[in-house]
Design a protein around this ligand. Structure first.
Ligand SMILES: [Zn+2]
Length: 184
C-alpha cells in the first residue's frame, strides 16, 4: 500500500512541522527536517504562526553556547537529549522536539525564562553530531556541560561551580539549577 504509506508519512511530517513552528523554529529547521516543499512550509508557517518567517542566517557559530548562562541552558537541554537518545527509540528530530519540551518544562518549573531557542537546540545537536561540541564532566560538581571537544576534563570547572565575577551574589537566584538534568 505505497499510497497509504506516503499519505501517513506526509501527515507525520506536517505534524512535526506544525509542532516545530509552535515551538518557534526557524523555517530552515523545517526545510532540513521534512521533505515538504519550501512553498508548502512557507504556507504552513504563516498559517500556524500568523506571521512570515524571519529572514536571515541561522546562527552558525558555537560561541553562543560557550557563554555563561546560555551554556547552562544548553547543557540542561543536551543532558535531557542524551538521556532520551539512549532510552527512547524515536527519530532524531522527534528526540530534539521531546527534549526541547522537557527543557521548557524544567526552566518554567524554576520560574525562569528559556534562553535556548528550539533552533539553537537543534543546531546544538548538529554541532555535537559533527564533533564541533561535546560534553565534559565538571571536575567539581560532576555535572556534564557543553564544551569544545578539546576541553581537558581533569581541569574543567563548569559555569555553575565557577560563575563569572559579574554574576555576583545574584547567581543563586538568577541561574538555572542542574540537579534534575545531571541526576541520571
Ligand atoms: Zn560544576
Amino acid at each position: 500500500m505505497p499510497r497509504v504509506k506516503s499519505i501517513l508519512t506526509e501527515a507525520k511530517q506536517i505534524d512535526r512541522a506544525v509542532t516545530l513552528i509552535h515551538l518557534g523554529a526557524r523555517l530552515q529547521v523545517l526545510e532540513s527536517e521534512t521533505d515538504l516543499s519550501y512553498e508548502r512550509l512557507l504556507r504552513l508557517y504563516k498559517e500556524v504562526s500568523g506571521k512570515s518567517p524571519s529572514k536571515g542566517q541561522l546562527p552558525f557559530s558555537t560561541d553562543w553556547f560557550m557563554t555563561w548562562q546560555p551554556n547552562i541552558h544548553a547543557s540542561l537541554f543536551l543532558n535531557i537529549h542524551e538521556y532520551l537518545n539512549k532510552v527512547a527509540a524515536m527519530d532524531e528530530i522527534d528526540v530534539v522536539i521531546k527534549s526541547y519540551k522537557l527543557y521548557l518544562e524544567q526552566v518554567a518549573s524554576q520560574g525562569l525564562e528559556p534562553m535556548l531557542s528550539v533552533t539553537r537546540a537543534w543546531r546544538l545537536v548538529k554541532f555535537v553530531d559533527n564533533g564541533m561540541l561535546t560534553m565534559t564532566k565538571c571536575s567539581c560538581c560532576g555535572g556534564h556541560f557543553v564544551t569544545h571537544p578539546h576541553e581537558i576534563a581533569k581541569h574543567f570547572v563548569c559555569g555553575l561551580c565557577n560563575p563569572p565575577a559579574r554574576a555576583g551574589k545574584g547567581k543563586a537566584a538568577g541561574s538555572l539549577r542542574m540537579e534534575s538534568a545531571t541526576a541520571h
